[in-house]
Design a protein around this ligand. Sequence first.
Ligand code: RIB
Length: 312
Amino acid sequence: MATQAPKIFVTGIYAVDLVFTGSRSPLPGETVSASGFMRSHGGKGSNQAVAAARAGAETSFFSFIGNDSFGEDARAFWRTEKVHDKTTIIQGETTGAAGIFVDERTGSNSITVFPGASRLMRKRDIDTVESDIAASDVFVVQLEQPIEVALRGLEIARKNQVITILNPAPATALPDDIFALCDYLLPNETEASLLTGLPVETTEEAQAAARALLKKGVRNVIVTLGEKGALYCNEQETFLVGPVTVGTCVDTTGAGDGFTAGFAVGLAKGLPVRAAMEFAAALAGISVTRHGAALSMPTLAEIESVLETHNQ
Ligand code: RIB
């Protein structure tokens, strides 16, 4: 078990989230009234970095932001959250932004995201932070920035014996050579289906998709199944870890980010996979009871308290 704070390196995007709550999203040509609005901190990479830092990891975040007030707010936020800021400001570009609709009855969400400056990230850019990646226990990346950055980041981490996690969100086709670089691939049902061409609606179908992903070269697959929990699969074993429910679900935005971050922190602490998944499920389970993405992520003390009750 690691004695120092676990070290996580995350790359991805920051986006300012403009969140509308209502009974339904508009159809083409229609205007609907929302019942609530909030501006919040988002972007899958930044959400994961903030969640990991709140969960007790020493966390670095690499991205591009614009020279605008959204970027300034993001930097102030990372300072407050004790996330090591490895971002670059790109002159003349905007910071990422997302329009989010949250269903007021179920907490489910629909998102449109523009990566802004981070769409300009290239593999040579992530090369500049190789020594920071090499000094980490776990490297985490998603797919809101160009895929070449994810691929290069995974290569750097693998070369330096750092555990690699790819959260393939949002769903998109991937080059074949990325799979063998993933120690852990964490898709949701939609992403697992797109990556394999298989239907993923039941636990059995998730298992078949996970096996197909193992054949592509991934070492371990975890398919997140929302309220059904998360399914782990490698060549030796398959098991399901149930969800951790701690209250009413009001907003699922960022729940997948919370799970990914929690799992990364668990692994970096030296926990076995099942325990790391339980830690992740507790983190995500708390986050859905609160509004917002990054702002909904719990502290380590909150996660431990939920796990204590859950394990009794
Ligand atoms: O995963 C949730 C995130 O996706 C939101 O915060 C939004 O910014 C989009 O990137």
